[in-house]
Design a protein around this ligand. Sequence first.
Ligand code: F0G
Length: 471
Amino acid sequence: MASTVKTKTDLAFQRCVMPDCAATYDVADVRTSCDACGSLLDVDYDWDSLPVPSSLQSFEEKWSRRNEPLCFSGVWRFVDLLPFAPTNKIITIGEGQTLLHPSDGVARFVGVRPGNLLLQYEGMNPSGSFKDNGMTAAFTHAHTIGARRAACASTGNTSASLALYCGVSKLMQAIIFIGSGKISYGKLSQALDYGALTIQIAGDFDDAMHRVQQVSTKQGIYLVNSVNPFRLEGQKTIMFRVLEAMRWEVPDWIVVPGGNLGNSSAFGKAFYELHQLGLIDRIPRLAVINAAGANTLYELVEGRGLRWNNGRPDASIVNNYYAELDDANRRASTIASAIEINRPVNLYKCLRALECCNGVVREVTDQQMLDAKAQVGANGVGCEPASAASVAGAKLLRAEGVIAPTERVVCILTGHQLKDPTATVAYHTHDQAEFNRVLGSRGVTRAAFANRAVQVENNLDEIIRAIELNS
Ligand code: F0G
């Protein structure tokens, strides 16, 4: 196969992640794995020949030019750190206008000092999740190579994002693959409303992912799942914005939910590159948090000792684990449907990120996630269940003493509260039968932070009494 491997021709190119292979490919190639060894690809750059900014502060110059779309975008104002596309081909819909909220209420819940807990709220993106950061980048690449159809498998947010970019731009048709009954209504409604061709497969996300890869290869459809290395270039900018909001100071911890492991992989690449370029002097620690019902990364890293090992991970640990899952017919199962994934496609890139960032992996139960979610909501931000894995994970790491109370912790809130109202309403309900129906099978037994609606007769005195009693 080596004859198909191209040599790099440009300032941006694609490169196999495995250092022993390191095959390179043209930036305009459409591929999601290395021809030579089958591994994942990175987008890489000839930084020595590119105009690299002398400091991160220099990006502040873009703030005064917010009326220009590429300066307005929270992704493309950092274009110098992801320079793979001609700027006249970039498709932006104003993604990345997100906020870093300090929350002393959540700091108390987690157990760190006031001021030390920050929530990076990616729910403010146009489609309501962090996915738009990556989608603008993959969509731009698809546009530069003239794609007319783009596909993804999704637990709901990637599909909502793809559907939105297709709907706004009319440049491509969106074809989305979802597992049947595996997607929250908030997310499904977006894909349908934005006009995506929606293929509902009898199976779960792992099945849908497998099929979309087959179909897109066979039919020449552009694949935008995070096996697409351009997606991750866009997701690097979440970390650039965190640093920007901290006035370019590096936090001690980044805590992120882990599903398909695109974010954690992108964050590791972001910090590696910033460090290599001399733009930061230290790298924060990374904590990736699985749902206990979809805990492949946790099992492999913390349970079985899998490591990146300088680019020589022991693939037999992974293969044996997947064979065990198959033998036991074990499927991912969690209320956090966004991260209900047992075969994360970016596993190896995530291992590399963990090595680069001295990372740790933890698992949290659905109960822990929903309690953390209620605390995030009560402190005025609001997120979907999977996002709260970051806060629940930070609390766990604090209780273990891995995170110190004096450390500054950034938890990534990946998706908007309205993405999955079913879980939220069930948590807060006074109706025990409804609580059990939605949450009982998930091992959720109590709602310590429930805010129950007060039932009252349609009677003025009764209404006033209810208000006064509860004020
Ligand atoms: N949080 C939310 C809200 C998500 O939608 C996802 C992934 C993750 C966390 C996990 O991120 O894959 O980078 O580790 N959602 C994908 C989807 C799988 O199809 O929308 P990851």
